[in-house]
Structures are given as structure tokens and as C-alpha cells.
Design a protein around this ligand. Sequence first.
Ligand code: 5AD
Length: 364
Amino acid sequence: MHVDLSSLRLEKDTLINLLTSKDQESFNYLYTKVDGLRKEFVGDQVHLRGLIELTNHCRCRCAYCGIASDNTAVTRYRMTKEEVMASAKRAMESGCKTVVLQGGEDPGIKKEWLADMIKQLKKEFGCAVTLSLGERSKDELVAWKKAGADRFLIRFETSDPVLFRRLHPHHSETQLEDRITLLKSLRKMGFEIGSGVMIGLPGQTYESIADDILLFQKLDLDMVGVGPYIPHPETPMGRSYKEQPPIFVQDSVETAYRVIALIRLVCPDLNIPSTTSIETSEEGGYLKGLQRGANVIMPNFTPLQYRKLYEIYPDKTCVNQGEVSKKSLTKWLASIGRTISDSKGFRNKCSNDHRESCRKRAKC
Ligand code: 5AD
């Protein structure tokens, strides 16, 4: 297995060969090279983004997601401003410089309410604010940007339009193209933009994962998050997991690591989280992800009584864990030679010259 690490361009065939390679030893060697690349481009500091799961109300009926509106077994909640502020305070005390307000696509989150919330967070903590609230109207997005929101995350989940349709069978309004258009308009509005995909979905091919990676590169995203798909028993996709179209991806966790590494290779300067679904699938996965190209962790600061209700997939790692302290995070990261970042962790977009010198220093 030979990969030319000095090139930003990997052909689709090369990506497929790498994703499907049975030569794990060579891939492990590639991981060490990618770790060097990560160090040169984004350094040893790990950005902590404090996750606050604001609401589990959702108007969508995504076939994979445990909080889809069809799941009537879920007790629904929406946090108050006071609860969000208290959670954000704890996130700041633990070393986060960003709060991520994540939630279902909840019409109960009103434009003015969230704009005030964002202003209050910025005023009180001076932190970066990331939103991850599904597809919202232009009017709302403009208001939230104006209020001070810095980033917006919305995964396109897969670049295969047929599979996308299977994931979102009921949304006559949601098409893959709409997601892509939304990402582009978020960028124009001045947000940093993040997206991502799930790995190991029924019917998902390695070829489409190679396309996902190429699309990340084409969209010039600031952040990309990927993690294994975890079937949820109370969802249409989870219920018929075994009867769904063939599962081509044999080891979704290893493939997720490979995708992280390949993203770092083709888009070396962007921010990549080591995701909760990786840790949920494999204990120790957070650290492994950080050693295979990732440079971001999103610790959970949702109040414990709500956390178990935000069950997008079962047995989410953070559900029974208490909150992590700055001291324990520092020690944990030090075990792999990393530190908590002292910056808000915006993407430091590299010039081509800088790219060249980083790659030379990483000896690729
Ligand atoms: N397994 C893994 N990831 C999931 N997500 C939603 N449901 C699941 C699941 N069952 C991911 C989606 C979504 C993000 C917030 O969580 O990619 O965009």
C-alpha cells in the first residue's frame, strides 16, 4: 500500500482502496504519518466544545434517529435559559471555550429567544457559540448570526442521494441538495461550517464513503465529524437493521478511524472531532480518534436528567457519566501527549505555502 502523502489530491479509486484495505499494519503506519500531519497543521492542543443538548423535540422523521417525532416513547424536554447558562458555566470551568447548542429540529425554539440566549452567552462568557439545530429558515439563521453565533453544524449524513432519501423517507422537503445549498449559504452568512456523515449505514458503499470525503474537500468545510451508525431499536432503520439493504462496511469503527485519517490527509487544516459514537462503539475510541487525525472533543454538559432523554442512539457513552473536570480532562489528554486548547479553536486556514512547509516538517 503506497500513498503519496505530499499530495492533497487523492483519487477516488485510491480512497476506495485505502478504505477497503485488509493490510491493517500498513494502515497503522499511515495513522502515525497522519498524526504527524495533524501535529504540524493544528498542533497538540485539543479544542473542547461543551455540548448542551438544548431540546429533544423534533419535527423530523429521520429513519435512523432515536428522537425522531415518530418515537412516541420519548419524554420530550426543552431547556430553560437559566439551565443553559448554568450548563455553559460548567463547560467553561472545565476548560471549554465553545458551547455547542444542539437539538432536534424544534419549532419551539423561537428566533428571538435563541438570539437573546446567544447574546447572553457571549456577554457572560465571551465564548464561541456553535449551533446544531437542524434546517432552519434563513430569517432565523441571519438573526442568530447577528446575535453572535459563530458556527453551524449540519451533517449531510451521506453523499449518496438514494441512501439520503432512504434516511429521510418522509421529508418531501429535504433532499441532499438542500443540505448542500444550506451549508453554502451558511458560509455566505459568515458562519464557520461543519458537516459530516455516519459510517456503516445499511446500503452504504465504500464508494459512497470515498465520495463523502471528496465532497468534504470540495465544500471546503471548517469542521467534519464522522462516527459509526448505531442502530436504535425504536426507529424504522434500527427495527429492520438486519433486513435492510446489505451492510457493505464490515467494521464501522475502524472505517470511521480511516475516514478521519483520510480527511486529515486531504483537508489538513480543518477541525475534526473524535466523536461520542466512536467512544460508544469502542471504549478508548476518543483517544484513538485523537491519534488518528482528530483534534476536537465535545464533552457533554447537558443536565443529567435530560441527558438520558437525548437518546439519538442507545447507550450513548456520556449518559451515565458525571461531568468531566478540567483536571481529569488535562490528565486524560496528557496520557497521549496533548493539552487543552487555550483558544476558541477557529479554523486556521492555511495558505498553499504554509501547507507545503507543514508537509515538509511532517516529512511526508
Ligand atoms: N447512530 C449514529 N449516529 C447518529 N446520529 C443520529 N442518529 C444516529 C445513530 N443512530 C448522528 C447524525 C446526526 C448527529 C447529530 O448524530 O449524524 O447528524
